[in-house]
Each structure stands twice: as structure tokens, then as C-alpha cells.
Design a protein. Structure first.
Lengths: 95, 494
């Protein structure tokens, strides 16, 4: 299925990815090629096949519901732009 | 009597370990020789960050420890390079992306912590394709990595493969005794083949993923890249093991992989899957595959034909699943908690501008593909379909391993190519991984080792795939092939 400019614009918005208008056409072409190529999977009969999410044949482990780490806000925010009082900051969300 | 300094970078990891143990060489002189080689070969651009002073200091501490009759573990005093996808406490970790430039992790990945606990020293962080997305190391924000090999009579730079291209180039050029890599669809094995070294992807779950920058979580697996099969086995022994911080880490004991290398292949059944003779395979590689079969037969193994009927669907399956998982994993890079932030008037604008400026072209392409295949209306047609085909690919391997113990194939359809030669066509680039991706989808251990040279003097690799959590048999078979091949060619640089 061909991916057009509007579709690229829409999925870029979903992915929170700024894509310049001038790149939309090229990306639409590249994405169409890739999507067209992966569509060869339609040839494969997958009736009655369960989808495989992971190769790890294991049950997730339980552990006690206790705090195992923490109390290090300065370390946690050490890579943030403009942290204040051990907290992350973002542009104003609510007026 | 210590060997002359010039040869210290030519030692294997096992030989260096033995010299250190016998007191015939100090970790400091070993490390200084590798630091000098690293600095003399900056033209390869194998490292994003060098940490020579930390390495030399740690080497001196190792020597002092050893003088007291103590050692930490199997790698005490051994200088290694670490792919810049492993978080290292206090040392910049970039994933070769602008969006993580300047990120200093306040914690250490489990794999690098285990290597340090075994006494290994870190020379620096190696370059890679941005977020490990690429097969030529041409998508790094920090520039292309060069392969130390050249075609005979042709001085054009060649790619080292990817995504672990810096690690492969550094090992091949003798800048370190071994390096860590990560493999999602071939990112250890393909660059190992292109650079004439050994690269091993363990079973999914064998090494902890904790602290490794995530690309596709159901596929990502750390592994060793080294000069020999034995060196890889030694490194894996130190990297592997259960980690409660990774929910898919396998709670299994770590076997003695080095001891397994000596097992020999008498009576071992080596499977040859006809479907791996893919269109466009270089005739020299097809011939090498035949040579490999003969070598294994001569070493006492039995060659059997096996069938992996869904092989041709592995790559398109991968290029749905890996971008889908990547688009989800890379959602965390939003400018809020770490890495690049590009300011905007509102929060959404900040996310979009940060991500638009911080990610390179291939990463954006994969985020968009992943978002598309996971979006409403397409989820079943693409993502669920790919997961079903993945189940069939895994079933193919289970069936094949009823008839054989190890599968032998080429690693790549062709040898290393020139920079820029394939970067204009994403699908042509993706085809580099056509022979390595199936084992990734099935979570199986696999190893690439150099077996011969092309007519124009480039290394060519063969690839072996084993049963889940049976790395020991894989090492046995790989050691036998390495012994038979006797590959001793050296690259032009390094």
C-alpha cells in the first residue's frame, strides 16, 4: 500500500517527530517502497498460527512489592536540561 | 621475559591473559600499547569517546592486585572496548545519536559491570550506527567508521559493517583485545565478517539487557567481538548470567564456554539449509560455504541437509517487528529527562522539535515505519502478521534441530563494500542482514568467524547457528572450523 504525503504527516505527528514539508515527498516514496516490500508476507499462510511476541519461553517473575532503589533525585535529574529542586522542568502546560 | 611492545597489540586475549598470569607482562604495559594503537589509528574513527587515563590507572591497580597474589576474574588487566550503546557510569554514552550527546549515565549496564568485576579495563566507547540502526556504520552522528581492510590495489575506504562497526574495526586493527557488541538482526556478526574477526550473538536472555540503550527489546542481545573463537568464549563467560533487573534474563548457570571450545566435532551433525543460497550471493562466498562444509566433514562432523522454508520472509518480518519496537522504545527521547532539548512554546512542540533535530535520517525512517505498522487499522495487517511469521521461522529452526546440532551458513551475501555504495537505497542496505536476521528472530545463538579471503583480499565469514542455550556446542563447532581454516591474514591498517 502506497504511503502518501498526508500519511507521512499524520504518522510523524503520532510519533511526535518534526518533519519538514520539503522531506514529506521523499519519505513517502521511501516508506512506500519499504511497506510494499514487507507486504510479501501476505504470501505466507498464517491461519491458526499464534503471534510470537517473545522467544523467551518464561513466565514473568514476581518479587516483593518493596522499594529497591531511590532517594537520589540529584542523580536522576543530573542529565536534565534545567532541573529545579530535584525535579524535571517542561514548558508551561496549564495556564 | 616480556615480548617486545610492538607485538602486544597482536596478542590474542587468551595469550595476554596467560602472560599476565605468569607475570611475564604487566597490565600497564599491555594497556599502554593499546592506548598508543588507539591514538595512532584515530583515522578509523572507531571510538566516540576514549578513556585512556582511566584504563591505565585501572591497569596499575590490576598489577598491584596481582603482585599481592590476587585477581578479580578471568579478564583481570585485559583492555577492552565497549560499544557506545552500553551505559557506563560517569562516561558519556551516546548510542551515536545527537539526541544523547553529552549524556553521562549515573549507572552502569549489567554487562559492563560484570566485565569490570572480572577485572577488564575500558579503553573507550566505540562508534556505531545511530541507535544500532544500520549495517555499514554510516548513520552515526559522530561520523563513519573505516574498515582497517582495503581491497588489494585499491585504497578507497570500506565500511566495517554495522551496527557494531567501531567495535569490529577496533578489534581488527589491534586497538583492543576484544570489544562488546550488540546484535538485533546481525549487528555483531555482519561487522565481524566484514572486518575478519569473530563475533558471537548468544541466545536471547543469556546476557542482561539492563543498561543497554534499547532498540528492539525482543531481539537485542549483547555479545563478544574478538580475534578468536576462544577469546569470544572467555569474554562471554564474563558477560553472561542471570540478572533480576532484566525480565527476560534467563535464570540458568553460565557454562565454561572456554572449556567447551576443545570439544571437537566428531559425530556432530552440521545442517546445511538450501534456502540460504539467496539471490545475489557473491560466488566467492558460495564457494567458501562449500569449503566450510568440507572442513567440517574432514574434522569428523556429519553434513546433513536441512530446510528452513520461511527464510526469505525473515527480513521483511524483521523490518516490521524491529521498527515497531524501536518506535516504542525511542519514545523516551523527548527532551525532558536527559539528552538534547530544543525549546518550543508548548510541550508538544518541544517534543517534536527535539526529536526532529536529535534523530538522524535512518532512525526517523524506522520510527515512522514502526509508528505506521502499529497504528490503528494497520496493526493486524502488519505487526500481528509479522509476529505470526516469526513463529513460523522459529518453528523452522526447531524442526531443523531435530536433524542436526549446528547449522552452517555464510554470514553475509558479500564482503565489505565501499562507503556510500549502498547508502542511497534502504532495502539494498537491509539485504546485508538477510542471513543473520532469521537466528535473531528465533532468539538463537550464532557466531561468525573469518574463514577465507575474497579474490581482492577481503575477509569472508561463515556463520553457525546453535540451539537455544547451547552455546557450548556452537563454540565446539566454531573452534573446529577456525582450526581448519587457519585464517591468519591481517588488515592493511592498524
Amino acid at each position: 500500500m502506497a504511503v502518501d504525503r498526508d500519511t507521512v504527516r499524520r504518522i510523524a505527528r503520532l510519533a511526535r517527530l518534526e518533519v519538514p514539508e520539503s522531506d514529506l515527498e521523499t519519505l513517502a516514496g521511501e516508506l512506500s517502497n519499504i511497506i510494499g516490500w514487507v507486504e510479501q508476507l501476505d504470501e505466507v499462510d498464517t491461519a491458526d498460527i499464534a503471534p510470537m511476541a517473545s522467544v523467551a519461553e518464561m513466565k514473568l517473575r514476581w518479587r516483593d512489592d518493596v522499594v529497591t532503589d531511590g532517594g537520589i533525585p540529584e542523580k536522576v535529574t543530573s542529565n536534565a536540561t534545567d532541573p529545579k529542586s530535584g525535579m524535571f522542568t517542561v514548558p508551561k502546560v496549564v495556564e | 621475559m616480556a615480548p617486545p611492545t610492538g607485538s602486544l597489540t597482536e596478542l590474542t586475549l587468551a595469550a595476554a591473559r596467560d602472560l599476565l598470569a605468569k607475570g611475564e607482562m604487566s597490565a600497564a604495559e599491555l594497556t599502554e600499547a593499546h592506548v598508543a594503537a588507539m591514538e595512532a589509528n584515530r583515522g578509523l574513527n572507531a571510538f566516540v569517546t576514549e578513556t585512556p587515563h582511566v584504563a591505565i590507572e585501572a591497569a596499575k591497580v590490576s598489577d598491584t592486585r596481582r603482585a599481592k597474589g590476587e585477581t578479580l576474574g578471568a579478564l583481570d588487566g585485559i583492555p577492552l572496548a565497549i560499544k557506545d550503546l552500553f551505559c557506563t557510569e560517569g562516561v558519556q554514552t551516546t548510542a551515536s545519536s545527537h539526541i544523547l550527546e553529552g549524556f553521562i549515565p549515573p549507572y552502569e549496564s549489567t554487562v559492563t559491570a560484570k566485565l569490570k568485576a572480572a577485572g577488564a579495563l575500558m579503553l573507550g566507547k566505540t562508534n556505531l550506527d545511530e541507535f544500532a540502526m544500520g549495517s555499514s556504520n554510516e548513520t552515526s552522528y559522530f561520523g563513519n567508521v573505516e574498515n582497517p581492510w582495503r581491497r588489494r590495489g585499491d585504497n578507497r575506504p570500506l565500511v566495517p559493517g554495522g551496527s557494531s562497526g567501531g567495535s569490529a574495526s577496533a578489534v581488527a586493527a589491534g586497538l583492543c583485545l576484544g570489544a562488546t557488541g550488540t546484535d538485533t538482526g546481525g549487528s555483531i556478526r555482519q561487522p565481524a565478517a566484514f572486518c575478519g574477526i569473530v563475533g558471537m550473538k548468544p541466545t536471547y536472555g543469556r546476557c542482561s539487557r539492563w543498561g543497554i540503550v534499547a532498540f528492539a527489546s525482543s531481539l537485542d542481545q549483547a555479545g563478544p567481538m574478538a580475534k578468536t573463537v576462544r577469546d569470544s568464549a572467555i569474554m562471554l563467560g564474563a558477560m553472561a548470567g542471570f540478572d533480576p533487573k532484566d525480565s527476560t534474563s534467563a535464570d540458568l548457570p553460565v557454562p565454561d564456554f572456554e572449556a567447551a571450545c576443545a570439544g571437537g566435532v566428531k559425530g556432530l551433525r552440521i545442517g546445511i539449509p538450501a534456502e540460504y543460497a539467496v539471490d545475489g550471493m557473491n560466488p566467492e562466498i558460495a564457494a567458501l560455504w562449500e569449503t566450510g562444509k568440507a572442513m567440517m566433514r574432514d574434522a569428523g562432523a556429519e553434513i546433513v541437509d536441512v530446510s528452513l522454508p520461511h527464510t526469505k520472509y525473515a527480513l521483511p518480518t524483521y523490518y516490521i517487528i524491529a521498527p515497531a519496537e524501536a518506535s516504542s522504545n525511542l519514545a523516551r527521547y523527548d527532551g525532558v529527562r536527559y539528552g538534547l532539548r530544543v525549546d518550543a512554546d508548548d510541550l508538544t512542540g518541544m517534543y517534536e522539535k527535539t526529536r526532529g533535530a536529535g534523530f538522524g535520517r535512518e532512525v526517523k525512517r524506522r520510527i515512522l515505519i514502526g509508528t505506521y505498522v502499529l497504528s490503528a487499522g494497520y496493526y493486524d495487517a502488519y505487526y500481528i502478521k509479522a509476529q505470526k511469521v516469526r513463529a513460523l521461522i522459529a518453528r523452522d529452526f526447531r524442526d531443523a534441530f531435530e536433524r542436526c546440532d549446528v547449522i552452517l551458513t555464510p554470514t553475509t551475501p558479500g564482503p565489505a563494500f565501499a562507503m556510500g555504495e549502498k547508502s542511497s537505497d534502504p532495502i539494498a542496505m537491509y539485504l546485508n542482514d538477510v542471513l543473520t536476521v532469521p537466528a535473531s528472530l528465533a532468539g538463537l545463538p550464532a557466531i561468525s568467524l573469518p574463514v577465507g579471503l575474497s579474490g581482492d583480499g577481503l575477509p569472508l565469514g561463515l556463520h553457525m547457528i546453535g540451539r537455544a542455550f547451547d552455546e557450548e556446542t556452537l563454540f565446539r563447532a566454531a573452534q573446529a572450523l577456525e582450526d581448519a581454516a587457519g585464517f591468519d591474514a591481517k588488515p592493511a591498517r592498524g
